[in-house]
Design a protein around this ligand. Sequence first.
Ligand SMILES: [Zn+2]
Length: 228
Amino acid sequence: MAALIKRSAGPAHADRYNLARGRGARMGYCHYWEIEQEIGQESFSPIVADVQRIILTLDDMGVRLAGPLGRGLPEMDGAHIAFNGLWDCGHAKNEEIVIPFPTVDAAGIGNSINAVRGSYYGMGTLLKHRTCDGNCSYETFRVVRALNEIDKVRHGRYSDYCKTGFRPYDLAVQCVLLIAKHHLRDRIQVWSGGSDYHWNDARLLCYVHLSYPLNQYRIDRDAGLILV
Ligand SMILES: [Zn+2]
């Protein structure tokens, strides 16, 4: 924790981070970030452009994105990026899948029927790949260019998180966070309940389709996404 406090603006930041991380740990697999309250249009537009460049590839891989509540179209414009997995995805139901977590070597996207690998310390279901239980939506992912909710802002930044349930759209969330990190550098910090291994799919996509360096960032348990 010392490192977290050192790189932050103060204890208030660390408290917020711990709150988000603690909440995520109790309730499911989660990604967290802290971002400047307002990102200039000149910085935000390239992020949206790169997300749009990768979205068809994700769709081809089985990551069908919907609007924030799982229906309609994903929202991507000069003001924000907001999406979810698709509610009516048509995948087979699997009631075994409750509060999903990835196995240590989980990767890719696949069928729900052969995805389960046991229990996560009695708190949830271990999955060997991203999948759904018959509904590909989980929690809304949203990044806004300029946050107007001033009560959420501390020291010019705000924290947010997204529990993805290791649904297929988890891969899209990771890609957007990598894209944002690529463009914003220190203006965003990203942490994850997933290990560095769990970010390989997203890194590879950004490398192949956006020509990012393959190992530009790795996920450190405490420091989050850091330059390699
Ligand atoms: Zn589905």
